[in-house]
Design a protein around this ligand. Structure first.
Ligand code: G6P
Length: 462
């Protein structure tokens, strides 16, 4: 990716960028490139296209890199003042918009939209404006700009005013709240969010359901979609990358270590998540406990391998949730464990190679979010599974629209129902499991990240 100021023809904007920096003890900067759908998507447009990724400086290392003028080709990091960024990211994006779209509020007590919220909202506006201004500077005449996610809902409208010549897209990686929930936001704020989004030529969502919810909100609270088009692009798993990565030596090593932890001849129920409120890890553990209680035949015969990786630890509710996951796992182990059997193996240190190892070994994958834009774990497991894996999948995950037929569907709030689904999954005949896994893998890889991104660009330009 190359770029000269004011000449980029394809621009992506997101809070989290493709690279992050840490400052070493000797003061040197170390760059670490991330993965994910957007990274492989953007790389698909080729290295000679004038593409630019605009993102936030998130760590101290990132800020230092901006100050020193260090950077990767094709990436521009914005050094937004740390307090403004914290208010916008932690205060508004993750504590308000994320909560609204995932319907996470416990409404007798929250939300409270007071003066503190208004102060944070002003920061969210400033943070969106910084992105809009940077994009306006960098974009060539008539360029295509794809803005990502709930952090940047105001950008399309702001950018439209600065640069009417641009093709502006916005893509939501989250669900969109139904009107009855969305209207919890103060009217002026709800209006700003919708008008910001409707500044785009085209809005992308992961499933029909989220696209319909947005359209319903626009119709009820903003007088309709106006000239904005709405489309659906269900991001799929990157089969080539995953299959190759899952057979590298570090993954094999971790498989051996996991086998030791699980014990000879036992079944494995795997889950892999950020420790995220919407992922419903606690009810997943309750369902597993219920399974052991109701089906004594599985005691000593099954291990629940749960990877719950740290996320958004600046927020107290995430820290509390992390503690609750740990507490419950310990409780189940104390209640049911025996000298030779640990019913729950919980790991909290992020390790992608170990996640892949668990995907390969899993007999059952538990993906039970309260609400989820897509959920890529549900799509990645069948792709790399060694012997076939039964998928227990929440009907509230976007992925359910594509995978529902060959998964065992659960209502994420129904703990006894989820326990029954786990029993059914563990009891599935191996031939059936293998057949279903094959079909799940085909559905999961129907729209690989590169094509997902190119489709959006085509639709935006078309
Ligand atoms: C979700 C969001 C992404 C976000 C990711 C990780 O998938 O849709 O925009 O990057 O969570 O969250 P984080 O707050 O760590 O960026």
């Amino acid at each position: 990716m190359a770029s000269t100021y004011g000449a980029a023809q394809v621009l992506v904007a997101s809070n989290r960028g493709p690279v992050s920096y840490t400052v070493g003890e000797d003061g040197s900067l170390d760059a670490k490139r991330g993965g994910g759908g957007l990274v492989s998507g953007l790389s698909a447009i080729g290295s000679d296209a004038d593409a630019l990724w605009v993102c936030s400086a998130l760590s101290d290392g990132d800020r230092e890199a901006v100050r020193r003028g260090v950077g990767e080709d094709g990436v521009r990091m914005l050094d937004i003042p740390a307090d403004v960024h914290a208010d916008a990211y932690n205060g508004i994006a993750n504590s308000v918009l994320w909560f609204v779209h995932h319907m996470l509020y416990q409404t007798p007590l929250e939300p409270v939209f007071d003066t503190e919220f208004r102060r944070q909202w002003a920061s969210y506006e400033a943070y969106n404006r910084a992105f809009a201004e940077a994009l306006a500077e960098e974009a060539g005449q008539g360029a295509a700009v794809v803005v990502q996610d709930y952090h940047l809902t105001l950008v399309p409208g702001m950018l439209r005013e600065l640069r009417p010549d641009l093709r502006i897209g916005h893509f939501s990686h989250t669900p969109w709240a139904p009107p009855e929930y969305f209207r919890m936001l103060p009217d002026d704020v709800a209006g700003q969010v919708l008008r910001g989004m409707l500044g785009a030529d085209r809005l992308g969502f992961l499933t029909e359901r989220w696209a319909e919810a947005f359209t319903a909100c626009a119709e009820r609270f903003a007088g309709g979609l106006g000239g904005t088009r709405v489309g659906v692009h269900g991001l799929g798993a990157d089969a080539d990358f995953l299959r190759k990565r899952a057979h590298e030596p570090d993954v094999e090593e971790r498989m051996a270590a996991l086998r030791q932890e699980i014990g000879e001849g036992r079944r494995t129920i795997v889950r892999v998540d950020r420790t995220e409120l919407s992922k419903n890890i606690v009810r997943g553990l309750l369902a597993y406990r219920r399974l052991l209680e109701a089906h004594a035949e599985w005691r000593e015969q099954v291990v629940h391998v749960a990877f719950a990786y740290p996320s958004r630890q600046d927020l107290a509710v995430y820290r509390d949730y992390t503690a609750e996951v740990q507490r419950l796992a310990d409780e189940i182990n104390a209640e049911y464990g025996t000298p030779g059997w640990k019913p729950v193996v919980l790991h909290v240190k992020d390790d992608f190679a170990r996640s892949l190892a668990a995907y390969r070994l899993a007999d059952v994958a538990l993906v039970n979010p309260i609400r989820d834009g897509m959920n890529l774990v549900a799509k990645e497991v069948p792709v790399v599974s060694d012997g076939g894996c039964a998928l227990v999948l929440s009907r509230e995950a976007g992925a359910h629209a594509e995978l529902g037929e060959d998964a065992i569907t659960v209502n994420p709030y129904d703990v006894t129902g989820t326990a029954t689904a786990l029993h059914e999954a563990l009891s599935m005949r191996p031939e059936e499991r293998a057949e279903r896994t094959k079909r799940l893998a085909a559905a999961a890889t129907a729209l690989p990240p590169a094509q997902w991104f190119l489709d959006q660009l085509d639709a935006l330009r078309g």
